[in-house]
Design a binder for this molecule. Structure first.
Ligand SMILES: [Zn+2]
Length: 400
């Protein structure tokens, strides 16, 4: 019965898509919305300013409910009364251009027992009822392929390979997080927004220099899966990949810029935790990583037989030299290693720069200071140039 209901949801969505004019942004009305337990069921009521196309499904590992809606402003979500012990965490935001996503992480297996948009009230209300289910039933529902009509627009259209211009280094800049995944948050600042702003500034600095071509993995506040970021770099023909972050770290002292490169063995527990948190953010935002194992195995094998690792180490050394040379604050261990998924391109030197940590008030002050950001962008440009020159001379030496 419930399986049948799930199968019907795509049809419900299609009906709404046809019935509504979809241009305007719908808002969540927190006063008329609630998240609560009704007996052993989870009752979710979400009141909207207008009806929108929507669809819902469950995913496993961890168990979660994913609700996609067209153009909903979720900013009122934190004000929704919330008394549902079965909901471990929730997040919402832009998923793809034109689509927003709400993800409820559940404490166990719950299936959708009721899903409707009630348009009889003053405001349309999405009513969801989740009932406890057997683990096997839940796993079967979560494993169902997405019904026809479910597929969202592509996460990002991959840029065509850039016209080969050997005189300019093709840099892919990757502003961390975005959309439903804001990254670290502190005092009204989000890592996602700060990194997008910094990436735009760095792009300008690199282009003005004349030695670089630049491709960005995202140009706006949207969610881009980690795997897609790698695909964008590959499609662009990246010669170097720079992922930009400013995470919050609870463990140990975290102040100052830090460079992370890929390693199977993390340099310490904090670096390991940071890499795992990025994977978890990616997963919770609704990405199916079921194909990831094969990819990772292949990539790690490739890594062993390429020259990428020493080139990446020299990249870290060049950036460290330039950042210190500019008199900018670095972490007391400026180059660390961990298994960051976004750094797993086998043949593209890839580095993750924590420009600072939002958990540090001193770093937050620097990150929000335009003069500091300009110095950091200049230092990264200088480091990339120094590395490219060294890399070119070494590869010329290696040629017969
Ligand atoms: Zn981050």
């Amino acid at each position: 019965m419930r399986t049948l209901l799930l199968a019907c949801l795509a049809a419900i969505w299609a009906a709404f898509a046809q019935a509504q004019d979809l241009s305007a942004l719908a808002r969540l009305d927190p006063a008329q919305s609630s998240l609560r337990m009704a007996g052993d069921e989870v009752a979710i009521d979400l009141a909207l300013s207008q009806p929108v196309p929507w669809r819902v499904r469950v995913l496993d590992d961890p168990p979660r409910l994913v609700l996609d809606m067209r153009e909903v402003d979720w900013s009122g979500l934190s004000a929704v009364p919330r008394q549902a012990g079965a909901v471990r965490s929730l997040r919402a935001g832009v998923f793809r251009p034109g689509w927003s996503r709400l993800v409820l992480e559940l404490t166990g297996p719950y299936l959708v027992a009721q899903a409707e948009m009630d348009t009889g009230a003053a405001r349309p209300v999405v009513r969801l009822r989740l009932a406890p289910a057997a683990a096997a039933d839940f796993a079967a529902a979560a494993a169902q392929p997405e019904p026809p009509g479910w597929a969202l627009p592509e996460a990002a259209s991959l840029p065509a390979p850039a016209a080969r211009d050997d005189s300019r280094l093709l840099v892919v800049l990757d502003p961390g997080h975005g959309g439903i995944d804001p990254g670290a948050e502190r005092d009204g600042h989000s890592e996602a927004a700060l990194m997008l702003g910094f990436a735009r500034e760095l792009k300008e600095v690199l282009l003005r220099d004349g030695s670089f071509q630049v491709v960005m993995t995202r140009e706006e506040d949207v969610f881009v899966p980690l795997e897609t970021r790698i695909s964008i770099a590959r499609a662009a023909g990246a010669q170097v990949f720079v992922s930009l972050h400013a995470d919050a770290i609870a463990e140990g002292e975290a102040v100052g810029a830090t460079l992370y490169t890929l390693a199977e063995e993390a340099s310490d527990a904090a670096a390991q935790a940071l890499a795992e948190r990025h994977d978890r953010d990616d997963l919770l935002s609704g990405v199916d990583l079921s194909k990831q194992d094969d990819l990772v195995a292949t990539v790690l094998m490739d890594m062993a037989r390429t020259e990428t690792r020493p080139r990446t180490d020299r990249l870290a050394a060049a950036l460290e030299g330039a950042i210190k040379g500019a008199g900018l604050r670095m972490h007391r261990r400026p180059h660390q290693k961990a298994g960051f998924s976004v750094l797993k391109s086998p043949d593209i030197p890839s580095i993750l720069v924590e420009l600072g940590f939002l958990s540090s008030s001193r770093d937050l002050k620097r990150l929000t200071d335009p003069a500091w950001r300009a110095s950091m962008a200049g230092a990264l440009r200088d480091g990339l140039k120094a590395w490219a020159a060294e890399d070119a001379s070494l590869s010329a030496l290696r040629r017969p």
